[in-house]
Design a protein around this ligand. Structure first.
Ligand code: AMP
Length: 385
């Protein structure tokens, strides 16, 4: 089967790396003008009229996308000629925070209180009514914390409006969460659904730095609730492929933050830590193949390499390091690769992660619920976790 991917970045690259052994082949359609996938055939077409789309369509049997911020019209055009999984409905909702929030509300999935603002005055009013701090986010085109500002006072509205520079904002109450988690699930063409163990995610400046899976000490009730939320979303969207739901764990339960209609950075751990990775399962789902086993092999941590990777030779001397580079040039703030660490216990995982990040200067200190829990257990005299 010939699979076409809209977008040609690292997610497309990893989809192709997982799909090739299943006897599928890949072509990419890149609208950015700077593809990095480095695998398969890449058609570069930054023209707004999508001049080379027919050339791409002639090479593929089915299509998918690796990123939600591609033009909706492009996905609708592709859909006229080839099966597109997930469909343009998923992208239409997931690329707009207002639509996403409406769907969460329709399905009874709780979120932070929010308002929509279309001017600096409305932003100020929203901040006043919600009570500061609030987080203002561009309704579209935002990712990795881009297009966002935290307002400590309604008086910050004018500067925040200017800095975000977008015509529609979603303004949310600031959530005092215990931790951030994500639920990744995959739905087949026949409607079968499989859930990955949830990951705990550590962000710095809006960018994911570490994911630990299975999220340690996660109550089964919390998992069941997250599974019911994502199942409802998958079914409502008629989604085929992987869907990711990012959530805040708060003392009053889970709050949905946002979702992505695709494989996700917080699922990269599954390449080494799960029986079947999110990438392989996305390909299986869209190609009409049976879904693979989503269960975890062992506790795993994904370490994002942001800006610089340090010395790969040095890092690879550690026998437990799985290195995944994306073929991208080093640049401040850019995701250029990740490392997966698998261990037999969470305690060993912490030790391995800390030993690894000593060799990667761009990594922040490894602090998460796991390090806090283990420290408490150590203080109480427990020997392992
Ligand atoms: P997002 O692009 O919506 O995923 O936001 C990026 C990161 O900003 C999240 O992973 C959180 O760490 C933080 N963040 C986003 N929204 C909120 C909120 N309402 N309250 C507190 N932190 C938030």
């Amino acid at each position: 089967m010939r699979i076409g991917i809209l977008g040609a970045g690292q997610l497309g690259r990893m989809l192709a790396l997982a799909g090739l052994p299943l006897d599928t082949s890949f072509s990419f359609y890149d609208t950015s003008g700077s593809p990095t996938a480095g695998i398969g055939e890449i058609i570069v077409d930054p023209s707004s009229s999508h001049e080379k789309l027919n050339e791409f369509l002639a090479k593929i049997d089915i299509a998918t996308y690796e990123f939600e911020n591609i033009p909706l019209g492009l996905t609708q055009e592709v859909e006229k000629y080839k099966p597109l999984h997930p469909s343009s409905k998923s992208i239409r909702i997931c690329q707009n925070r207002v639509e996403e929030k409406k769907l969460f509300a329709q399905l009874g999935i709780p979120t932070a209180s929010y308002k929509v603002a279309t001017s600096a005055e409305e932003l100020k009013q929203a901040a006043t009514e919600l009570g500061c701090p609030v987080v203002a986010k561009s309704a579209t085109d935002g990712y990795d914390g881009k297009g966002q500002a935290v307002l400590k006072s309604p008086e910050d509205a004018s500067a925040a409006w200017q800095s975000i520079g977008h015509s529609t904002l979603v303004v949310e109450s600031f959530v005092e969460f215990d931790r951030e988690v994500s639920m990744i699930a995959v739905r087949s063409r026949d409607g079968d659904v499989a859930f990955y163990p949830m990951a705990e995610n550590v962000h710095k400046d809006g960018i994911l730095r570490y994911s630990i899976a299975p999220a340690p000490e996660l109550n089964n009730d919390v998992k069941a609730v997250a599974e019911s939320y994502i199942r409802d979303l998958l079914n409502e969207l008629g989604h085929v492929g992987v869907l990711t739901l990012e959530l805040f764990v708060t003392p009053r339960g889970l709050l949905a933050n946002e979702m992505a209609p695709r494989v996700h950075n917080s699922g990269h751990w599954s390449m080494n830590g799960a029986k079947c990775s999110q990438f392989e399962n996305h390909i299986r789902a869209i190609a009409g193949l049976p879904l693979g086993d989503t269960s975890a092999i062992s506790p795993t941590c994904m370490i994002n390499l942001i800006g610089t990777a340090g010395s790969k030779e040095d890092t690879l001397k550690l026998p437990y390091v799985h290195l995944h580079m994306y073929g991208k040039e080093e640049r401040a703030g850019r995701k250029i690769g990740h490392i997966n660490i698998v261990a037999d216990t969470y305690k060993e995982l912490i030790w391995r992660v800390e030993s690894t990040i000593e060799r990667v200067p761009s990594c922040p200190a490894f602090e998460c619920s796991l390090t806090r829990t283990v420290k408490v257990q150590e203080n109480n005299g427990a020997t392992d976790s």
